[in-house]
Write a protein that binds this ligand. Structure first.
Ligand code: FE2
Length: 469
C-alpha cells in the first residue's frame, strides 16, 4: 500500500476554487512553517496529527504537508485508519510554481528563515533561489554584525543585500563553495555594490577573485572563524565552510545525496575521500547546510548523513560509490554554457557572449533562430544596400543598416570592440565578409547569420519593412 498523494497542481486547483473544501495541515518544523506556508494551512506537530484529525471533520479531505521522508510512513499508518487523509509530497514545488504563500513572495519560500540565533552569538540564515534550487546562506557574528554570504545567486542579489541591510550587517566576504555550472554567482554584482571580498578555491583558477582559498585557511567574523575545508570531487575546486558547529557543504555533501562528478574535473574517487575522510570526521552533531536541495530538505547533520546518505552513508565502499556515480547519466545543467564562463569571470555577465556561434571556415556563425532569440541583446548590423533594407525581405527589428564597404569600414574603425555583433545580409555572403573584417579589426564577439534574410523569411520569422511589421 502506498500513501495517497496529492500533487501540488491538484492541491492548487482545489485551493483556488474552494479552500474551505479541504484542511491543509503543515507538518514541517514551526520555523519552516513560519518562513512561508500555503495560505490557510494549519501547523501541527507530527506527534499531534492524530489528535488533530479526530478534532477535524471526517467529511473534509485533510492534506498533510511534509518534507520529511520518514513522516510518510507515519502518515501511511494514519491513512489506514482515516480515509480522508491525503499527503502532499515535495511541497517545494508549491513556490516553484509561483503559487501563493502567506507573507512571502513565491520565490522566497525559505527567505528570512532564521535557523539559529541563540546560544553562540552567531546567526545563520538560509535563503532559497527557486530556478536553480540553490541555497544561499548569510552567516555572521551577532556581536560585531560582521557577515559572510555563501553561494549568492545573481538573480537574488537585490533580495540578499536588502536582507543584510535590514540586519545592519557589515558584509565582509562573498564566498563561493565552487564554480557553479547551474547558476551565475552573485559575487561580482555584490562586490560592485558593497565593499566585500570575494573568495573561491585557488584550485578553481578564477583570476578575478580577491581571496583564492586554500585548505585550512581561516576567515574571521568578529572573534569567530570560518574554517575552509577543501572538499574536491564534485569539481576540482570545491570548498566547504565550517562555522561554529555548522558545515556549509556546497555540492560535496547534499542531504541524503551528493553532487555529480561528471564534469568540471569532477572525480568520484576524490569526492568519496573528501566526504568520508574529511567531512564525516566532524562531530556527528555538526549541522549540514547543503548548496542545493531538490526535495524540500533544508539541513541535516553529519551523524544523519553517515547513517542515511544513500550514496555515501552506511559505510559504503569506494568502489560501490564510484559505480553508483558512473551510472547516473545526468543531463548537463541547462545554464552550463552561460554559467561557467560567467563564474570564471566572478559572475560578470557583461563579459559574456549572448550567442555561442559555431565556427565554419574560421568564421563564427549563428542560425536565424539563435538571432531571433537573442536579437534584443546583441547589436544587429545589416550590411546590405539601403534599397534592400525595406525591400522584399525586409529587415530584422532593431537592425542597424551599415552597408558593406566604406560605410562599414568607418563604422567598425570607431566602434566599441567589446560589442557583440551579428552581421546580416541577403544570403549570408556579404555578412560573412563583414564578420571576417570585424575579426581582423579586433572585434572578438562577432558572428555571421547563416542564410541571411532569405532564410529568415523562409522560416517565417518576423520582419520589419518601412516601419511596419
Ligand atoms: Fe555544483
Amino acid at each position: 500500500m502506498t500513501v495517497k498523494n496529492l500533487s501540488c497542481d491538484q492541491l492548487y486547483q482545489i485551493w483556488v476554487s474552494d479552500p474551505d473544501w479541504i484542511t491543509v495541515v503543515d507538518l514541517r518544523s514551526l520555523i519552516e512553517y513560519e518562513s512561508g506556508h500555503i495560505p490557510g494551512a494549519i501547523h501541527s506537530n507530527p506527534e499531534s496529527l492524530e489528535e488533530f484529525i479526530l478534532k477535524s471533520s471526517k467529511q473534509k479531505p485533510l492534506v498533510c504537508i511534509s518534507t520529511d521522508k520518514q513522516l510518510e510512513d507515519k502518515v501511511l499508518e494514519i491513512q489506514k485508519k482515516y480515509e480522508q487523509v491525503l499527503m502532499l509530497k515535495n511541497c517545494m514545488d508549491w513556490p516553484q510554481k509561483g503559487f501563493a504563500l502567506t507573507g512571502q513572495k513565491p520565490n522566497q519560500w525559505m527567505s528570512s528563515k532564521e535557523i539559529h540565533m541563540n546560544s553562540s552569538n552567531i546567526f545563520v540564515y538560509q535563503l532559497f533561489e527557486s530556478q536553480s534550487s540553490t541555497y544561499t546562506y548569510i552567516i555572521g557574528d551577532k556581536v560585531t554584525q560582521e557577515m559572510a554570504i555563501i553561494d549568492p545567486v545573481l538573480e537574488t542579489v537585490d533580495r540578499d543585500l536588502k536582507f543584510i541591510q535590514d540586519l545592519d550587517g557589515n558584509l565582509l566576504y562573498v564566498l563561493d563553495t565552487h564554480v557553479h555550472a547551474d547558476h551565475i554567482t552573485g559575487a561580482g554584482e555584490i562586490k560592485k555594490r558593497v565593499h566585500a571580498k570575494t573568495a573561491v578555491s585557488k584550485a578553481a583558477h578564477v583570476d578575478c577573485v580577491d581571496i583564492p582559498l586554500e585548505d585550512g585557511q581561516e576567515l574571521l567574523l568578529g572573534d569567530k572563524k570560518i574554517k575552509v575545508i577543501s572538499t574536491p570531487g564534485h569539481t576540482s575546486g570545491c570548498m566547504s565552510f565550517y562555522f561554529e558547529g555548522k558545515l556549509f557543504s556546497g555540492d560535496a555533501l547534499l542531504i541524503r545525496s551528493c553532487g555529480r562528478t561528471d564534469f568540471q574535473q569532477g572525480s568520484s574517487e576524490t569526492l568519496y575521500l573528501s566526504v568520508t575522510e574529511k567531512l564525516f570526521t566532524l562531530p556527528d552533531e555538526t549541522e549540514v547546510y547543503p548548496g542545493h536541495d531538490y526535495r524540500g530538505f533544508t539541513r541535516s547533520t553529519i551523524g544523519l548523513e553517515k547513517a542515511l546518505n544513500s550514496r555515501l552513508g552506511r559505510g559504503i565502499k569506494k568502489e560501490e560509490f564510484v559505480r553508483i556515480m558512473s551510472e547516473l547519466k545526468l543531463a548537463h545543467p541547462k545554464k552550463i554554457q552561460e554559467a561557467l564562463p560567467a563564474n570564471m569571470a566572478c559572475g560578470a555577465p557583461k563579459d559574456m557572449r549572448v550567442l555561442h556561434p559555431q565556427i565554419s571556415d574560421g568564421i563564427p556563425e549563428v542560425s536565424v533562430f539563435q538571432v531571433n532569440e537573442a536579437k534584443q541583446n546583441v547589436l544587429l548590423l545589416d550590411v546590405r544596400r539601403p534599397d534592400e533594407f525595406n525591400a522584399e525581405y525586409g529587415h530584422i527589428e532593431g537592425a542597424k543598416l551599415v552597408t558593406l564597404g566604406a560605410e562599414l569600414t568607418e563604422y567598425l574603425a570607431r566602434g566599441d570592440k567589446s560589442n557583440e555583433i551579428v552581421f546580416v545580409c541577403r544570403s549570408g555572403g556579404r555578412s560573412g565578409q563583414a564578420t571576417s573584417q570585424a575579426l581582423q579589426l579586433g572585434y572578438s564577439k562577432v558572428a555571421n547569420m547563416v542564410g541571411g534574410m532569405i532564410t529568415w523569411n523562409l522560416q517565417k520569422l518576423p520582419i520589419v519593412r518601412d516601419g511596419a511589421n
